[in-house]
Design a binder for this molecule. Structure first.
Ligand SMILES: N[C@@H](CCC(=O)N[C@@H](CS)C(=O)NCC(=O)O)C(=O)O
Length: 210
């Protein structure tokens, strides 16, 4: 299998973190990583559009030559195909709660942040929009507070004491924000401590560039 990806971009980073976490746990998956240079616009060239008409990354090419074009679907596929050492808990309640938190983080924090970075200081050269950026900053405060409260029971990582897609989603988007020199965590000591703990993990050190 081949993963078409690019460092620092958040959704590709989510899958790269997933692969690194599996490798660090002794379950390296047979996925070859191929960089598509978004700074040179390669994701909009015919070669990549043939893989993904939406011109985005990541894309996973399966052994039969077909493609998956959504980061969470890619992670879910790899979890099901290689269940030994899968990150998702086997207990139904713990599994649902980890997914619940991941969805809240992706939909209410990560997706707005991915747009925010471009309004603030786009690495792809899009024009800044301070009004839209400020509106997103305001919108993400309540979900960030929710994550801060969730960490109040002393858990090590976002969905408990073992790593989950919630950690991968938030860590990859925080990297994207750090990349443009912005800190959006505010006065949230538990979230800051989690951020430091997650970034100290070997998988994070292997993948995250800032
Ligand atoms: N929902 C998709 C989002 C994919 C996406 O928007 N990828 C961004 C990088 S994080 C991208 O390829 N941007 C380049 C572009 O839109 O030209 C996923 O989770 O995989």
């Amino acid at each position: 299998m081949k993963l078409y990806t690019v460092p620092v971009a958040p959704n590709p980073t989510k899958v790269m973190l997933y692969l690194a976490e599996r490798a660090e746990a002794g379950n390296a998956l047979p996925v070859e990583q191929k960089i598509v240079n978004t700074l040179k616009g390669r994701q909009r060239e015919a070669e990549h559009l043939a893989r993904n008409p939406f011109g985005t990354l990541p894309v996973l090419e399966l052994d039969d030559g077909s493609y998956l074009r959504e980061s969470l679907a890619i992670v879910d596929y790899l979890e099901s195909r290689y269940p030994d050492g899968a990150l998702a808990p086997s207990d139904a309640e713990a599994r649902a709660k980890a997914r619940d938190l991941e969805r809240i983080i992706e939909l209410k924090i990560a997706n707005p942040l991915a747009i925010y970075v471009h309004y603030k200081k786009s690495p792809l050269g899009m024009p800044p929009d301070p009004v839209q950026a400020a509106a997103i900053e305001e919108k993400i405060q309540a979900p960030l507070d929710f994550v801060e409260e969730t960490l109040g029971d002393g858990r090590e990582l976002l969905a408990g004491d073992s790593v989950s897609t919630a950690d991968l989603t938030l860590a990859s988007h925080l990297q994207f924000v750090r990349f443009i020199g912005v800190d959006i965590l505010g006065e949230r000591p538990r979230l800051r401590a989690w951020d430091n703990r997650y970034r100290a993990r070997p998988a994070a050190k292997a993948v995250l560039q800032c």
